[in-house]
Design a protein around this ligand. Structure first.
Ligand SMILES: [Cu+2]
Length: 171
């Protein structure tokens, strides 16, 4: 028998107002060394099933949105803890991109409750609250090349490589 089981057993007896009877504890502890392991396993199985179900449901809801931009003809771009998607996005020099931008993260996961899209070179700063979407426009520079943009409001901001996206300007 383990001392942990003994402590638990004597704690139970104390709670129940019974006198501590060491000899009985020995037998009790020896009788059930396994159920706690089984219970942990059962708990894990249930927890994984519930979490998995939730993720699946949330995923299908959000994936459904992807094909239905709020603005016709807009490029749907998602932001989450995994970054910008799709990435990179492409444009012709000087083209104005209309982006249907949506945020799949809950506010409890986001510093300040939002993701942002920031770029000095592109001269933009947009904010997108948790679990919402908005239409934004970005005008591509005249010179072809890759332009970096990033989220500066969460999980390390600009220092987090995941929080970067690229606007690829191709003639
Ligand atoms: Cu962010």
């Amino acid at each position: 028998m383990t001392s942990r089981a003994a402590r638990r057993a004597s704690g139970r007896d104390l709670l129940a107002g019974k006198a501590v009877a060491p000899k009985r504890e020995h037998r009790k502890a020896a009788e059930k060394p396994r159920p706690s392991k089984l219970r942990v396993l059962a708990f894990l199985v249930v927890a994984v099933a519930i979490l998995g179900g939730g993720i699946y449901l949330a995923g299908s809801v959000f994936m459904g949105q992807r094909d239905r931009p709020s603005t016709p003809g807009a490029l749907a771009m998602r932001i989450s803890m995994d970054g910008f998607d799709p990435n990179p996005i492409t444009a012709k020099p000087g083209e104005t991109l209309t982006i249907d931008w949506w945020n799949t993260d809950a506010s409890m996961h986001l510093t300040n409750g939002m993701h942002t899209l920031v770029s000095d070179a592109l001269n933009v700063r947009f904010e997108l609250p948790a679990e919402s979407r908005k239409t934004i426009t970005i005008t591509a520079p005249a010179s072809p090349g890759d332009y970096d943009f990033w989220c500066d409001s969460c999980c390390g901001g600009k220092d987090n490589l995941k929080m970067h996206g690229t606007l690829r300007v191709e003639a």
